[in-house]
Design a protein around this ligand. Structure first.
Ligand SMILES: Nc1nc2c(c(=O)[nH]1)N[C@H]1C(S)=C(S)[C@@H](COP(=O)(O)OP(=O)(O)OC[C@H]3O[C@@H](n4cnc5c(=O)[nH]c(N)nc54)[C@H](O)[C@@H]3O)O[C@H]1N2
Ligand SMILES: Nc1nc2c(c(=O)[nH]1)N[C@H]1C(S)=C(S)[C@@H](COP(=O)(O)OP(=O)(O)OC[C@H]3O[C@@H](n4cnc5c(=O)[nH]c(N)nc54)[C@H](O)[C@@H]3O)O[C@H]1N2
Ligand code: SF4
Ligand SMILES: [Mo]
Length: 699
């Protein structure tokens, strides 16, 4: 037996970038613990990190390229796989046009060095405008707001959580999710530190969440009323005469238009629809404005809803008009070592005309169309129909709104390729599946999450273990795909691209390079965020657009929601989602220790609603929506607002043909059997999961 060794790396499951200390011997993990020397995560991890070893040894992982045949899955060689993929996809494009091959990109791509650097090249070689991703079931409104106001979708300002005196959270539960578009490992510690230094944390959420329990104050807002609340908060500052642009004074256009457009949204006007007293709204606005520093952060609950675009715009507006933009303790732009934003061209957002999707005419943003219309584009006959698909690290059959329709759509494709680690609800439809290495088997540098981190840091971790069987890293697979589609045979590996970017990037003076990162396995701290809007804005004139026409044009729809918000009689309750500590979306459920801890997937109901409906705690119920139904146990929860029910996302592994044995044995209930492809934020095309009208009945 050889000696015990220690390896340091970042966990790449969620956005938090926790540093891990992994003891191992002879290719076997002995322990996974927090890396207390990581300058950013300072010893924080969550239970999912330990499952990284389970994914490595999981017998259900795909080990070789597979071809689907009448007799089942046949192992094939890589060369054969790439040859067939190149030939089939190009022949579909030759016959039916370049757009007849679509791409769907799932969430793990954002956690992968090779994918971050090579996917743009693949998209370019493929040449199709039919691009889809999980972003339109997630954070797309943030990108649309950033692009309209700051000139680039990647210009994401994050809460300077470690210095703020007032954190206002709308529709985020970072104590469980560990934060999103706010990479900040150890959320509970950081939130408690705000309170300890005399600051405040206020949570606005229909459910009194784990985060709300830690907060100074919680308001149980009605689902989808956040944009109304934000308008009224902004309106209060305007009426009080307390608007102050702070550090970005002299850089902001459109204030008069904003004043005009928000006139109708006073606290009194919106209070009923929001479910908060006008006096509370006004007090919240004044406390926010009076705090030495403050930042409003709104996330999934405020993005994946019917007014997602307005919510993200108004969140930024509130931060700007309260003088909290681009200053310590407010909303700030990170300055990552590998700087994608700096490469984005300067734009004039006003001149941008979003392309429209073929079937439903939905807008395209950030170079892609909404996943809510992917099934339409595959199933609807006519020129431009998607007949071939590349699905990379995604499981939209479970993750997309109304996912079941994608199950049917994928079965109609002429040719589908999946790059994945499992045979699941989505990849089972592929004609060829390519096995990716993952987790402990790959090199790690967080291109995206360093771009959204609350401190500037950098860390590189080499692979700990060799991939098993024929698995290859996503970066290698993407290179193979680019080559088989006839793309330039560029041998540049992700590491070489990373090194070049570091050496020419913003920390070149400090000598940052891949070699330097290799010498610092715990990561390097590059310091707190600094005001840098002047350099980072990507508008042609370097100014901030406070009131883009795109958003102003959506305000009448918001105003109409004040009067026509009646709930449909057949579906009197409103469904919202939540996250559990023990799963990351749909793909971690084959890890036995996580599965065991997760327990049954329930629908949380307020006891008053449950008793009125004759539902006992733990009883099986059927939840129905316009488009589907689901059976699962009810769970009494007095922390959820009456009239609202909540189901955890990411579950429902009960379909045919999946080869994730443990997950299939404890499938849970899939929330996207109830969500609706027609429910979107029409401005951005983002899925409106939250607020789906449902009914619930005891079985
Ligand atoms: N109702 C409702 N629906 C939701 C949400 C919600 O809150 N409510 N959340 C939404 C959000 S925020 C997101 S991000 C999406 C996620 O949507 P998706 O990205 O479509 O779903 P995931 O479950 O993340 O699927 C990841 C896929 O990648 C595979 N995989 C895992 N690791 C690797 C790897 O290293 N390489 C490769 N090639 N494959 C890998 C997994 O096996 C799985 O097939 O779901 C969205 N859907
Ligand atoms: N453990 C775990 N962590 C994860 C993930 C996971 O699956 N599991 N997924 C990761 C991913 S991909 C993402 S994008 C992030 C997301 O991270 P978060 O944005 O923190 O997402 P959630 O935890 O779903 O929290 C959303 C909150 O919005 C509330 N909500 C619902 N509707 C509304 C509404 O209309 N208004 C308001 N104000 N609130 C509403 C819900 O009650 C819930 O508390 O989490 C990441 N982290
Ligand atoms: S919080 Fe996220 S990054 Fe940290 S250990 Fe858990 S899954 Fe990994
Ligand atoms: Mo996400």
């Amino acid at each position: 037996m050889s000696e015990i060794r220690t390896h340091y790396r970042n966990c790449n499951i969620c956005e938090a970038m926790c540093g891990l200390e992994i003891r191992h011997r002879d290719g076997e993990v002995l322990s996974i613990k927090p890396d207390r020397q990581d300058p950013f995560s300072l010893g924080h991890i969550c239970p999912k990190a330990v499952a990284l070893q389970d994914f490595h040894v999981d017998e259900d992982r795909i080990r070789t390229p597979l071809r689907r045949s009448a007799g089942g899955w046949q192992p094939i060689g890589w060369d054969e796989a790439f040859a067939e993929i190149g030939q089939r996809l190009r022949s579909i494009q030759q016959q039916h046009g370049v757009d007849s091959v679509g791409v769907y990109l799932g969430n793990p791509n954002a956690h992968n060095l090779g994918s971050a650097l090579l996917l743009p090249r693949l998209q370019k070689v493929l040449g199709s405008r039919n691009r889809y991703s999980s972003a339109s079931a997630d954070q797309l409104p943030h990108h649309v707001a950033a692009s309209q106001m700051f000139g680039a979708g990647l210009a994401i300002a994050v809460p300077d959580i470690d210095r703020t005196e007032f954190l206002l959270i709308l529709g985020g539960n970072p104590v469980v999710s560990n934060g999103s578009l706010m990479t900040a490992p150890g959320m509970p510690r950081r939130l408690k530190a705000i309170l300890a230094r005399g600051g405040r944390v206020v949570v606005v959420d229909p459910r009194r969440t784990e985060t709300a329990r830690l907060a100074s104050e919680h308001f149980a807002i009605r689902p989808e009323a956040d944009a109304l609340l934000l308008c009224a908060l902004i309106r209060t500052l305007i009426d009080d005469g307390s608007v102050d642009f702070g550090n970005v004074a002299g850089m902001v256009d459109g204030y008069e238009r904003l004043v005009e457009a928000t006139a109708a949204f006073t606290p009194e006007h919106v209070a009923g629809a929001v479910g908060m007293a006008a006096a509370d709204i006004r007090r919240l606005a004044r406390d926010f404005a009076a705090a030495p520093s403050a930042v409003c952060y709104s996330r999934m609950g405020a993005s994946t809803q019917s007014f997602g675009g307005l919510c993200q715009w108004l969140t930024l507006v509130l931060n700007i008009v309260s003088g909290n933009f681009d200053r310590p303790g407010g909303a700030m732009f990170p300055q990552p070592a590998l700087d994608l934003l700096a490469r984005a061209p300067r734009t004039d957002p006003a001149t941008r005309q979003p392309p429209r999707s073929r079937v439903r005419g939905l807008p395209g943003h950030s170079g892609e169309f909404p996943v809510a219309t992917l099934a339409d584009e595959i199933l609807t006959e006519g020129e431009g129909r998607i007949r071939g698909l590349l699905s990379i690290a995604g499981n939209p059959v479970l993750s997309a709104p109304g996912g079941a329709r994608l199950d049917e759509a994928f079965s109609r494709l002429d040719f589908m390729v999946a790059v994945d680690i499992y045979l699941n609800e989505t990849t089972r439809h592929a004609h060829i599946v390519l096995p990716a290495a993952s987790g402990l088997e790959i090199a790690q540098y967080d291109v995206y999450f360093n771009s959204f981190a609350v401190r500037n840091v950098a860390k590189y971790s080499p692979p700990l273990f060799a991939p098993r069987g024929e698995q290859r890293s996503d970066g290698q697979i993407l290179q193979g795909l680019i080559a088989c589609l006839g793309g330039a045979a560029d041998e540049a590996m992700p590491e070489a691209l990373l090194d070049a970017a570091l050496r020419s990037g913003p920390y070149k003076e400090q000598g940052l390079s891949l070699q330097m990162l290799l010498e610092h396995p715990h990561g390097i701290d590059l310091g707190a965020l600094r005001p840098c809007a002047r350099e980072r804005l990507r508008t042609v004139d370097g100014r901030i657009r406070l009131a883009p026409e795109l958003f102003l044009g959506d305000l009448p729809r918001l105003h109409a929601s004040l009067t026509d918000a009646a709930t449909p009689r057949d579906f009197p309750l409103r469904l919202i989602g939540r996250r559990l500590v023990w799963n990351h979306n749909t793909w971690t459920q084959n890890a036995h220790r996580l599965l065991k801890a997760a327990g049954p997937i329930t629908v949380q109901v307020h006891p008053d609603d449950a008793q009125r409906l004759g539902i006992a705690d733990g009883q099986m119920v059927t939840v129905r929506s316009r488009t589907g139904q689901l059976r699962l146990p009810a769970e009494y929860d007095s922390d959820i607002a009456p009239g609202v029910v909540s189901i955890a996302q990411g579950w429902g592994h009960d379909g045919p043909g999946i080869a994730m044995r443990r997950a299939a044995a404890q499938p849970g209930a899939g929330i996207n059997s109830l969500t609706d492809t027609e429910r979107i934020d029409p401005l951005t095309g983002n899925a409106a999961f939250n607020g789906t009208p449902v009914s619930i009945r005891a079985d």
